[in-house]
Design a protein around this ligand. Structure first.
Ligand code: NCD
Length: 306
């Protein structure tokens, strides 16, 4: 198992053993995150973000600072040479001179893989269009394991925009390494991408449904997602599914008492604020875990932890 110098562009590049090692390393980061450290002293992370972000960018930055390194970057390409017409490959071949590792978020699918081909330093995919968001999947798994004490044996439901939600694709690939049952709840027009379904359905039992109520009573982990308005080619199609699912206290009446509710955030209207105070709501713990998992990834890829 070698992490040093590796790109993190897709969950499909990892084995279960490697994923478990990342989760174990994130656990080791818990006390380090509380105290700070100089494990990555002198190292620089470049966050280059061509799409909006709150959690992913700031948690990468916080993770680097907690490990004693530094972070540079941009959150808005409008203020960079991209505005003058510079292409992604040239941007990458420039930024790699200023940093030891790059976290890239880009609206185009395949952007992280393209960047990895050009870069001499490791590329972490911080979201590539509707395709993948692998580091979020590690955060999601870590949170499930922490809340439930295990991943194997669980009944997990993913609900919402399974077509355009990149976190869903990475998480579905990641969960297919575990012995779980997966239910995919979405409107017909937002069913999960066929390529993802084909890749996972030979490995774990998967069912697709539009009916949340029928699924809920059995579910151990409910992973709720936002309808990805900005990715719809036609806003009339968005209008048809907007607000289609909403988790509120009434919904929770028919669930297991120890249900765990996750959401990669940002939330719009798919989880009512009244749910936040319930013990089932774990999405802000997920945010907290984001720093630990990204600390683990940075330390592993930069070779300061084995
Ligand atoms: C998500 C994303 O950017 O894909 N957010 C995140 O990184 N936690 C989810 C979303 O935008 O809905």
């Amino acid at each position: 198992m070698e992490f040093e110098g590796r790109d993190i562009t897709s969950i499909e590049d990892f084995t279960r053993e490697e994923i478990d090692h990342i989760l174990k390393t994130a656990k080791i980061m818990e006390p380090i995150a509380a105290k700070g450290s100089d494990l990555l002293h002198g190292k620089i992370l470049a966050n280059i973000f061509f799409e909006p972000s709150t959690r992913t960018r700031l948690s990468f930055e916080a993770a680097m600072l907690k490990l004693g390194g530094n972070a540079i970057g941009f959150a808005d390409a409008e203020n960079t040479s991209v505005k003058k017409g510079e292409n992604l490959a040239d941007t990458i071949r420039t930024v790699e001179n200023y940093a030891d590792i790059i976290a890239l978020r880009h609206p185009l699918e395949g952007a992280a893989k393209l960047a990895a081909e050009f870069a001499k330093i490791p590329i972490i995919n911080a979201g590539s269009g509707a395709e993948e968001h692998p580091t979020q999947a590690f955060v999601d798994l870590y949170t499930i394991q922490k809340e439930k004490g295990k991943i194997d044996g669980l009944k997990i439901a993913l609900i919402g925009d399974l077509r355009y939600g990149r976190t869903v694709h990475s998480l579905a690939y990641a969960l297919s390494f575990y012995n779980i049952e997966l239910t995919l709840v979405s409107p017909e027009s937002l069913r999960i991408r066929r390529e993802v379904l084909h890749a996972i359905q030979n490995k774990i039992p998967v069912s697709e449904t539009q009916n949340l109520e029928k699924t809920l009573a059995q579910t151990d982990v409910l992973y709720v997602t936002r309808i990805q308005k900005e990715r719809f080619p036609d806003q009339a199609e968005y209008a048809k599914v907007k607000g289609i699912y909403r988790i509120d206290l009434k919904t929770l009446a028919n669930t297991k008492k120890d249900l765990t509710i996750l959401h990669p955030l940002p939330r719009i209207d798919e989880i009512a604020p009244e749910v936040d105070a319930t013990p089932q709501a774990c999405y802000f713990q997920q945010v907290h875990n984001g720093v630990l998992v990204r600390m683990a990834l940075l330390a592993l890829v930069l070779g300061s932890v084995k």
